[in-house]
Design a protein around this ligand. Structure first.
Ligand SMILES: Cc1cc2nc3c(=O)[nH]c(=O)nc-3n(C[C@H](O)[C@H](O)[C@H](O)COP(=O)(O)OP(=O)(O)OC[C@H]3O[C@@H](n4cnc5c(N)ncnc54)[C@H](O)[C@@H]3O)c2cc1C
Length: 490
C-alpha cells in the first residue's frame, strides 16, 4: 500500500526539521523519515555545541533573542556584517565556495535564526567557548558568538517539540532505501525490516554526508581516512547521496575534503558519545603547542582564531605517526583551557612535573620534545599575551606560531592525546537558490530538494566554525518552503 503526503523529508537533523517546519507553514502535510531509533535520533545536529554563525551590524540588533546573562553589560561582541561573513567564506575555503549559494547562506542567516527562535529554539552568547576575559571585559572573537541553549541536545529537543506541535509525522527507525523520481516518492525500511512506499508532492533530502562510512571515506577523501574517528552519528553513511546521484542529481563541491578536528584519541572510531557529545573535542590548542610522537610541531597553532583553523587541522593530525598528536600546556596556560572539554572525563592525557616525564607518559620521544620546546621557548617575541585578540606574540620557528606563543616552562605540565575526528564531508549535491536539486545538465529535478550536509559547494579544505548549522537551517527552510509551495498554491 502506498501512503500519500504533501512533503516527505528524509533525515531528522537540523536541516530536516527546518524543512519540515517550513513546509508546514505552506499548509503541507509532512512526513519526516529518520533512519535512527528515537533514542539515537537527531543526526550530527544532536552532537553539536549548537553554535550558529550569522551576520549582524550590532549585537544589540539580536539582543532580544538572547537569554538574559549578567555578563552581557561587560561583553564586547564585535559587529559581524554580511560582508565579513562572505569574506570569511571566501578566505577560509580558498575561494572555492559557490558564490550564489554563499550569498544565500549569508543573506538569509540572520532572519533564519530569528525564524528558528519563533519555532521555540532558544539562544545565548557562548561565553565559555568564544570569549576570554580581557581588561575586565568578556571579549568575543572569530565571527561566532551565539549558540542554542543546551547545545545540540537542546536544539534537537526544541525542533522535535515544534514539529510534533505542528502536526509533522515523525517515523524513527525508517531508513530510506529507494528514491522514486517519477512519482516523487521514496521507499523506506522500518526497524522490523518491512518495506513501505510513500508518494509525495515533493521530497526533501537532508540525510547528511558520508562521514560515517569508512569505505566511502577512503574512496573520496583518500588513503588513511578509513581510520578517522567519527564524531557524530554513525548513520550518516552517504546512501541517500548515492541514491540521488544514481537518479541523475549532479554532484557539486569538493568531494575530496571534509571537516575534521582534534578529538580525544581514545574516543570510539565508529560514532560519537551521546552523553559527552562535543566535550570530546580539544579546541584550546591555540594557546599551547601541538607535537607528534617524535616530539615535532607540525602546524601553526596560532595562525588565526580557533574558529578559522580547527576544521582543517584534523587532517594534519591524521598524517602524523600513528595518526596521533599531543596538545601541551603548562601551569600558566592550563587555567585558560575550555573547561567543558579539558575537565571532561574520561580524557586521554597526562600531567607531570617535568617535560621528560610528561613525554614518557604520553609516548612522545623525550629528546625530540626537549629539542622542540627549547627552540620554541627561545624564539618567542616579546609582545604582551592576550588570548582575546591576535596578539602577535609569535614564536619564530618552523613551523611558526603566529600568535599566543607562551614558553612551555612552568610545572606542572599537561598533555592531551588527540586523533583526527571527522565531522562531515564537503562534497554533495548541486542545488539552486531555492534548494531544488539540479541534474547533470543543470536543470531542476521536479519535486526534489536538498539541505544540510548533503548539499555540496559551500565548503572546501576548511570551514568557518558555526556555518554548518546555519547552512542546514537556511537551505532546510528554503527547501521546505519550495517543496510545500504547490500546496499553498492549490
Ligand atoms: C561533535 C560535533 C559538533 C558540531 N558542532 C557544530 C556546531 O557547534 N555548529 C555547527 O554549525 N556545526 C557543528 N557541527 C556540524 C553539524 O553537525 C552539521 O553541519 C549539521 O548538524 C548537519 O545537519 P544535517 O541536518 O544536514 O545532518 P544531521 O543532523 O546529521 O541529520 C541527518 C540525518 O539523516 C539521517 N539519515 C541518514 N541516512 C538516512 C536514510 N537512508 N533514511 C533516513 N534518514 C537517514 C541520519 O540518521 C541523521 O539523523 C558539529 C558536528 C559534530 C559531529
Amino acid at each position: 500500500m502506498t501512503e500519500q503526503f504533501d512533503v516527505v523529508v528524509v533525515g531528522g537533523g537540523n536541516a530536516g526539521f527546518s524543512a519540515a517546519h517550513s513546509a508546514v507553514e505552506q499548509g503541507a502535510r509532512v512526513l519526516l523519515l529518520e533512519k535512527a531509533s528515537a533514542e539515537a535520533a537527531g543526526g550530527n545536529s544532536f552532537y553539536t555545541a549548537g553554535a550558529f554563525r550569522f551576520a549582524f551590524d550590532s549585537i544589540d540588533d539580536v539582543a532580544d533573542l538572547l537569554e538574559p546573562d549578567e555578563r552581557y553589560a561587560d561583553s564586547v561582541v564585535p559587529a559581524y556584517p554580511e560582508s565579513a561573513f562572505e569574506d570569511d567564506m571566501r578566505r577560509i575555503t580558498g575561494g572555492r565556495c559557490d558564490p550564489a549559494l554563499t550569498k544565500v547562506l549569508v543573506s538569509r542567516s540572520t532572519d533564519t535564526v530569528r525564524w528558528l527562535a519563533g519555532k521555540g529554539i532558544r539562544w545565548r552568547l557562548l561565553y565559555e567557548r568564544q570569549a576570554y576575559l580581557s581588561g575586565g571585559k568578556w571579549v568575543f572573537s572569530g565571527g561566532l558568538f551565539v549558540g542554542t541553549v543546551d547545545g545540540g541536545k537542546g536544539l534537537i529537543a526544541r525542533h522535535t517539540e515544534a514539529a510534533l506541535r505542528e502536526g509533522v509525522e515523525i517515523r524513527y527507525g525508517a531508513e530510506v532505501t529507494e528514491l522514486h523520481l517519477s512519482d516523487r516518492g521514496v521507499t523506506y525500511r522500518d526497524a522490523a525490516g518491512a518495506e513501505h512506499r510513500i508518494q509525495a508532492g515533493a521530497v526533501v533530502l537532508s540525510a547528511g554526508g558520508f562521514e560515517a562510512d569508512p569505505k566511502r571515506r577512503a574512496k573520496h577523501l583518500g588513503e588513511g581516512w578509513d581510520r578517522a574517528l567519527v564524531r557524530g552519528t554513525p548513520t550518516n553513511t552517504g546512501d541517500v547521496l548515492d541514491l540521488a546521484l544514481a537518479a541523475g542529481a549532479a554532484p557539486h563541491g569538493d568531494w575530496g575534503s571534509c571537516h575534521s578536528v582534534a578529538w580525544d584519541a581514545e574516543a570510539s572510531p565508529t560514532g560519537g558519545n551521546r552523553e559527552l557529545t562535543n566535550q570530546l573535542t580539544r579546541q584550546s590548542y591555540p594557546i599551547g603547542i601541538v607535537v607528534n610522537a617524535d616530539g615535532e610541531r607540525f602546524v601553526d597553532e596560532g595562525a588565526d582564531f580557533r574558529n578559522y583553523t580547527y576544521a582543517k587541522y584534523g587532517q594534519d593530525i591524521l598524517r602524523q605517526p600513528g595518526g596521533r598528536a599531543f596538545q601541551l600546556f603548562d601551569a600558566k596556560t592550563r587555567p585558560l583551557l575550555r573547561k567543558e572539554e579539558y575537565d571532561s572525563r574520561p580524557i586521554a592525557g597526562a600531567r607531570a612535573d617535568s617535560l621528560p616525564e610528561l613525554a614518557e607518559r604520553l609516548g612522545i620521544d623525550v629528546e625530540g620534545l626537549r629539542r622542540t620546546v627549547s627552540e620554541f621557548n627561545e624564539s618567542i617575541v616579546d609582545n604582551p599575551f592576550d588570548p582575546a585578540v591576535k596578539d602577535g606574540r609569535a614564536a619564530r620557528v618552523s613551523p611558526p606560531k603566529s600568535n599566543w606563543a607562551q614558553a612551555l616552562d612552568t610545572a606542572p605540565y599537561y598533555g592531551y592525546a588527540v586523533g583526527c575526528g571527522i565531522t562531515f564531508t564537503f562534497g554533495g549535491l548541486r542545488v539552486d537558490e531555492s534548494a531544488q536539486v539540479l541534474d547533470t545538465d543543470g536543470k531542476p529535478i521536479d519535486g526534489l530538494y536538498a539541505a544540510g550536509e548533503l548539499v555540496g559547494g559551500l565548503f572546501s579544505g576548511n570551514y568557518p566554525g558555526g556555518s554548518g548549522l546555519t547552512s542546514g537551517a537556511v537551505f532546510g527552510r528554503l527547501a521546505g518552503a519550495s517543496a510545500g509551495a504547490p500546496v499553498r498554491g492549490s
